[in-house]
Design a protein around this ligand. Structure first.
Ligand code: GDD
Ligand code: MG
Length: 361
């Protein structure tokens, strides 16, 4: 059985001022679509033969998540609540342990809730190619052909082909490196041997638990204890806060994929299946600009905007007329209580702005 697990517990800081702690980006409709990023992720599963999805998010976003599921008539989805965000490794460990405890050790299709995928047919084809590998016990990643030395992604170095004789391609993972610095990312791009890690994974629940137990037994232990305290209230599944709070704050990329790929005994454990499906991670304003339809001047505009002699910019007006004259490569986002103006190349630093506001509050 295939069980989709949607990770929706991130905070989306770099998309401030639209994305807020109380209303993070995965719950926002940031593109031309009326669907939120989370809803687009759920809609992408249509046509895939799978169990009702599990969604894992923070306690404080439970009503947002439940309402967005209801809008898609997905009341049969399970909603797991984390008492606090501890990163994707504990979130995935919780779902994998719980899936094992439910009895049938399904294949987990782990999907972040902050991606856009333009070509859903290609996404489905990559998934079909990945299924036999996951069934054979591999931890499968989906690799994107990189277009620039982006430092916000993981990089997967392709090893030996796994798919000789098969129709679709897949490879061993020679090395996994999470968010390298610029110089290393440039070397990876020049090598021609690397994919970006899409952040989506497919593996058997028990295999994830087995491998994570090897590198981070404490995560597995605390998650097991947290699940022992599981309770259900209406549509919400909660775990023990006390036990879960002992988990280190770690991503699955740092906690498992990197050490696994460096372990000479584990060379055959992971696999990468290429994904060429118009993928983007909506992590920052510049990626939203990249992924959106532009006018002839290269601008993306939303709301009441007049942009004169302005180029290659993202202009978003929520509550007032936004006018610009003679600017380029800017991000301008106007909301009822805050305005952001930043050069496009500095958008990764918006998290510094948010930290500053938190310190001042
Ligand atoms: N439930 C839960 N709990 N979800 C979380 C948590 C958490 O503590 N932290 C993050 N998430 C969710 C986010 O909402 C998002 O959907 C997904 O997990 C990935 O988290 P990001 O914070 O967006 O990760 P990233 O984009 O910096 O990096 C990951 O994705 C890249 C591609 O998009 C890594 O996997 C990279 O290697 C990868 O290249
Ligand atoms: Mg992301």
């Amino acid at each position: 059985m295939l069980l989709p697990v949607i990770l929706a517990g991130g905070s989306g800081t770099r998309l401030w001022p639209l994305s807020r702690q109380a209303y993070p980006k995965q719950f926002l409709a940031l593109t031309d679509s009326s669907l939120s990023l989370l809803q687009a992720t759920l809609e992408r599963l249509k046509g895939i033969d799978s169990a009702p999805p599990w969604l894992i998010c923070q306690e404080e976003h439970r009503f947002l998540a439940a309402e967005q599921l209801r809008q898609l008539s997905l009341q049969n989805a399970s909603l797991l609540l984390e008492p606090e965000a501890r990163g994707t490794a504990p979130a995935i460990a919780l779902t994998a342990l719980r899936a094992c405890a439910c009895g049938d050790d399904p294949l987990l299709l782990v999907l972040p809730a902050d991606h856009l995928i333009k070509d859903e047919t290609a996404f489905h084809s990559s998934l079909v190619a990945a299924l036999p590998l996951a069934e054979a016990g591999k931890l499968v990643t989906f690799g994107i052909i990189p277009t620039e030395p982006h430092t916000g992604y993981g990089y997967i170095e392709c090893g030996a082909p796994l798919s000789e004789g098969l129709e679709s391609e897949s490879f061993e993972v020679a090395c996994f490196r999470e968010k390298p610095d610029r110089a290393l990312a440039e070397r990876f791009i020049c090598s021609g041997k690397h994919f970006w890690n899409s952040g989506m994974f497919l593996f058997r629940a028990s295999r994830l638990v087995e491998e994570l137990s090897h590198y981070h037994p404490e995560i597995v232990k605390h998650c097991r204890e947290a699940l022992a305290g599981e309770s259900r209230d209406l549509d919400f599944i909660r775990v023990s806060q006390e036990a879960f709070s002992h988990c280190p704050d770690l991503s699955i990329d740092h906690a498992l994929m990197e050490p696994l790929s460096q372990d000479t005994n584990k060379k055959a454990a992971a696999a990468v299946v290429p994904l060429d499906a118009g993928w983007s991670d909506i992590g920052a304003w510049s990626s939203l600009w990249d992924a959106s339809e532009k006018d002839e001047a290269g601008n993306v505009t939303q709301g009441d905007v007049i942009a004169l002699d302005s180029r290659n910019s993202y202009f978003y007006a929520q509550s007032r007329l936004l006018t610009t004259l003679g600017v380029e490569d800017l991000i301008v986002v106007e909301t009822a209580d805050a305005v952001l103006v930043a050069p496009k190349e500095r958008v990764q630093d918006i998290r510094l702005l948010v930290s500053r506001m938190e310190a001042d509050a």
